[in-house]
Design a binder for this molecule. Structure first.
Ligand SMILES: [Zn+2]
Length: 384
């Protein structure tokens, strides 16, 4: 927990926690976490996608690798735990196993991924998708750091990936449990929606002759909220930019982000289609031009049955009720699922609050997560 506090001091925006892909803050975070990895006896390197890797070699010949980790980048004005908790619990769990003289039939690699939140380029999992080799040409075209494709690893190397993460929701707290076992991660659609009208003088253009892009966007945003409530899924417009952006000018161009998530892929895709139709209706009525761009889409990911069962056994062994829950938030495990089986353990957070400086995790809960993760690796070693 002290380390989490120290890591929280590393930021590109003084007074709040912000670490985005390939920033100086991320470089410093990797240096600090890399030092803790070395202290745990790991061999440390950074790959071409700025992912931080700490490796514990097995003595077994021809051994494969089991991956543990999470991400070290953050949203803007983030909490301390989203991401770092998973990387740091993995380091502590591995260190405790090494100190007990445990030898495993597989290598363990602890990974601090460089871009999960997608703040810099509005595309998620750049680090873990570079690692998994699933970046698209469109992704690479969008980014400056073209060399990140070289981070690609051979999927035959890996046995699986396990990630500890704060829940970012209120379910564990409500059930009075420190940890929970994740069953699936919701699919996501991220879009950029632009309304193009005509900029004009706020004083001289009569209301009925306006083509106000911002008013069109506002109407669409309320339609997004209404549809999500009706369809029992989650949809969010989190960012809006009105150009030219002056108090006395009608907006000629407004762009916004749209984020739609659900565990049911068909239901999510249908909702996005409905929203596109609504945006068209709004645009036509207001004589605006609509530009609809799908930025990223990920299918729902189901956690591996065997790994999830091992997590459940480890939780039960501590005399805790095994609560299985889905994740509404995306995680690096989604990207890793392209190359190996994945599993996740959630840790209770105060009030279910996340992506917020008020994010809070109890030290006792973090301790349970470390112990469950260490048990998990031991059990996996016995069953491998
Ligand atoms: Zn996260």
């Amino acid at each position: 927990m002290e380390r989490i506090g120290a890591l929280a001091e590393i930021t590109e925006e003084p007074g709040r926690i912000t670490r985005t892909f390939a920033s100086l803050a991320m470089r410093r975070a990797n240096q600090l976490v890399g030092a803790w990895m070395r202290e745990a006896g790991l061999t440390v390197r950074e790959d071409a996608a700025f992912n931080l890797l700490g490796r514990w070699e097995s003595k077994k010949r021809g051994a494969k690798t089991f991956l543990l980790g999470s991400h070290l980048d953050t949203v803007r004005d983030a909490g301390k735990y989203d991401g770092p908790l998973g990387v740091l619990t993995a380091i502590v769990a591995v260190q405790s196993l090494r100190e007990r003289g445990v030898e495993l039939p597989f290598h363990v690699e602890v990974v601090g991924f460089s871009d999960e939140e997608g703040v810099r380029y509005q595309t998620t999992y750049l680090g873990s998708r570079a690692f998994a080799g699933t970046l698209t040409t469109a992704d690479v075209a969008r980014i400056q750091e073209k060399q990140i494709v070289k981070a690609r690893r051979n999927k035959n190397e890996f046995l699986g990936y396990a990630e500890v993460h704060i829940e970012q929701g209120p379910v564990l707290e409500k059930n009075n449990l420190p940890v929970g076992v994740v069953t699936a991660i919701a699919g996501q659609s991220r879009l950029r929606v632009e309304f193009q009208g005509v900029a004009g003088h706020a004083g001289t253009v009569p209301m009925n002759l306006r083509r106000d892009a911002l008013a069109g966007a506002a109407e669409f945003i309320l339609a997004v909220e209404a549809l999500a409530k009706k369809s029992n899924l989650v949809a969010t417009v989190g960012k809006i930019e009105a150009a030219p952006g002056a108090s006395n000018v009608i907006s000629g161009h407004t762009r916004l982000t749209l984020d739609v998530r659900d565990q049911n892929d068909a239901r999510r895709i249908a909702a996005v289609k409905t929203l596109q139709r609504k945006a068209k209706v709004v645009s036509e009525r207001r004589a605006l031009k609509l530009i609809w761009t799908l930025v990223q889409q990920t299918a729902a990911v189901h956690c591996d049955k065997k790994l999830t069962q091992i997590f459940s056994q480890c939780v039960a062994q501590r005399g805790l009720e095994v609560l299985k829950l889905p994740s509404g938030a995306g995680h690096d495990a989604v990207a890793l699922s392209a190359i190996c089986p994945v599993a996740m353990l959630f840790v209770r957070c105060k009030g279910g609050i996340s992506h917020n400086p008020a994010e809070s995790v109890k030290i006792a809960d973090a301790q349970v997560a470390v112990e469950v993760l260490a048990d998990f690796i031991l059990r996996l070693g016995r069953s491998a």
